[in-house]
Design a protein around this ligand. Structure first.
Ligand SMILES: O=C(O)C(=O)C[C@]1(C(=O)O)C=C[C@@H](O)C=C1
Length: 283
């Protein structure tokens, strides 16, 4: 059993993979696109990928990669609190460049701006530490202080405390999480050439008592069409079946990209999925 993750060691995805798949062989890969493609073609048994972040929203490269698959879907998930430190090879560094994953640079925009130097985008936060050059500052997880030969020059450099990233386990098995309630992610291609086709697709969901929590439009490759990612929350099995039937009758293509547990333990205060997101937005 081998599970891929966005490497190298010390990424937030690595932490999520250890939580979701304890005792399993973990394989470091360069991108989540590569990880999902390797699940799809059977090279690996599963992959852990970021799906949503309380600051940056849905993680588009993950969903765009899932849209290219036919067998793979998200079968389990976990929330990981995200906090960043700044590292350099030398504690007395005069910063010339700041390096990290684009999501990390965005979540630490104030600190990054205060350095007043150009950014170097890396494939992950830990990769910034692994490839750190003299004169560079890397932004990465606290655990990187133990994994890489770096000096910590600042801690908790994120703009706002309490950010959380949700990670999903992608496999080819259609195994539901052991919960009664979950958010199902449907990819639906409505019949677009008629006025009101999107409203016709979505309207019946409310009559079925389904909570449409989020909707994201993504372009369909090699076409002028868009596919809509529908995050429908608080579904039990019956309601999910009814939602599938209703959507299927009103669109030209439909697939289930995965199920995310609506309520799960995690976060420093033991708070749960959706309520955490709402609480952090409101506070
Ligand atoms: O670079 C990492 O450490 C990752 O696991 C990726 C990732 C992301 O894609 O959002 C995960 C969590 C953080 O929000 C920053 C980066």
């Amino acid at each position: 059993m081998a599970i891929g993750y966005l490497g190298p060691e010390g990424t937030f995805t690595h932490a999520a993979a250890r939580e979701l798949c304890p005792g399993t062989e973990l394989v470091a890969l360069a991108t989540q696109a590569q990880a999902i493609a390797q699940v799809e073609d059977g090279t690996i048994d599963g992959a852990v990928v970021p799906v949503d972040n309380t600051v940056n929203g849905v993680v588009l490269p993950t969903w765009d990669s899932l849209l290219l698959t036919t067998e793979s879907r998200i079968v389990a998930d976990v929330l990981v609190p995200v906090t960043f430190n700044a590292y350099a090879l030398d504690a007395d560094v005069a910063p010339e460049v700041v390096a990290s994953h684009p999501h990390a640079l965005a979540q630490c925009a104030r600190y990054v701006g205060s350095l007043g130097v150009p950014s170097r985008v890396t494939s992950s936060t830990a990769e910034a530490c692994a490839s750190l050059a003299p004169g560079e500052v890397a932004i990465a997880a606290p655990v990187c202080a133990e994994l890489y030969p770096v000096a910590t020059i600042a801690t908790e450099v994120e703009d706002g405390a309490g950010a959380i990233t949700q990670f999903g386990l992608v496999t080819r098995d259609d195994v539901r999480p052991t919960t009664e309630r979950w958010t199902t992610v449907f990819a639906a291609l409505p019949e677009r050439n008629a006025p009101g086709s999107l409203a016709a697709l979505l309207g019946p969901l409310s009559a079925l008592g389904c909570n449409l929590e989020n909707i994201v439009a993504r372009p369909v490759r090699d076409s002028v069409d868009y596919v809509f990612l529908l995050f429908v929350a608080d579904l039990d099995a019956d309601r999910e079946a009814a939602a599938l039937e209703s959507l299927g009758a009103r669109c030209s293509g439909l697939s289930v990209l995965g199920r995310l547990a609506a309520t799960k333990p995690s976060g420093p205060d033991g708070a749960s999925g959706v309520p955490v997101r709402l609480a952090s937005v409101g506070s």
